[in-house]
Design a protein around this ligand. Structure first.
Ligand SMILES: [Fe+2]
Ligand SMILES: [Fe+2]
Length: 169
């Protein structure tokens, strides 16, 4: 399969850039546009986190700094509460904007942590014995499935306590 990206980490970093520029657009938008772009941003984060939780973080577990891995997943779980709120139809207009704003700020912080030079989980994965090219193939297939699901319906509900679930297996 031909890819635009070198490996799974390059793809995840490109997602970060896309997500951050989308949050900048949401920030400048208003009314119906803000709602549409905000929902799109929340869904993009949801797909990105799902790919990281299904492929990236489990592959790194035991091969990197476990505290950093858990910290990343705790940040995901914290973001999920806001994402669920943003994607629920009954979020009113007054709280929609602030919720998307806070999610954008949380994600900016989270992306910095994942991308941190040397210590971040992405650099850990680059140093570890993990086939990041095979991971990119698997991720791309899964992303196609999730996008197809999103096009006809909503994405599946979150496993809300992913950190604890991941540690008990
Ligand atoms: Fe993440
Ligand atoms: Fe990420």
């Amino acid at each position: 399969m031909a890819h635009t990206y070198k490996d799974a980490v390059a793809k995840l970093e490109a997602d970060h850039d896309r997500i951050e520029s989308l949050f900048e657009k949401v920030d400048k938008a208003s009314g119906a546009d803000k709602r549409r772009l905000g929902i799109h941003a929340a869904n993009l984060v949801k797909i990105h986190m799902t790919l990281e939780e299904e492929f990236f973080y489990p592959a790194l577990r035991g091969k990197g700094d476990d505290d950093k891995i858990t910290e990343g997943l705790v940040e995901h779980d914290a973001g999920k509460f806001l994402i669920n709120d943003i994607l629920s139809a009954d979020t009113d207009d007054d709280s929609f904007g602030p919720k998307v704003q806070v999610l954008g700020e949380q994600m900016e912080h989270h992306h910095k942590e994942e991308e941190q030079d040397g210590k971040g989980v992405f650099d850990q994965a680059r140093r570890a014995d993990i086939d990041l090219v095979a991971m990119l193939d698997a991720m791309t297939k899964r992303e196609d499935e999730l996008r197809a699901q999103l096009a006809k319906d909503d994405l599946p509900d979150w496993d809300m306590n992913f950190v604890d679930a991941a540690q008990s297996t």
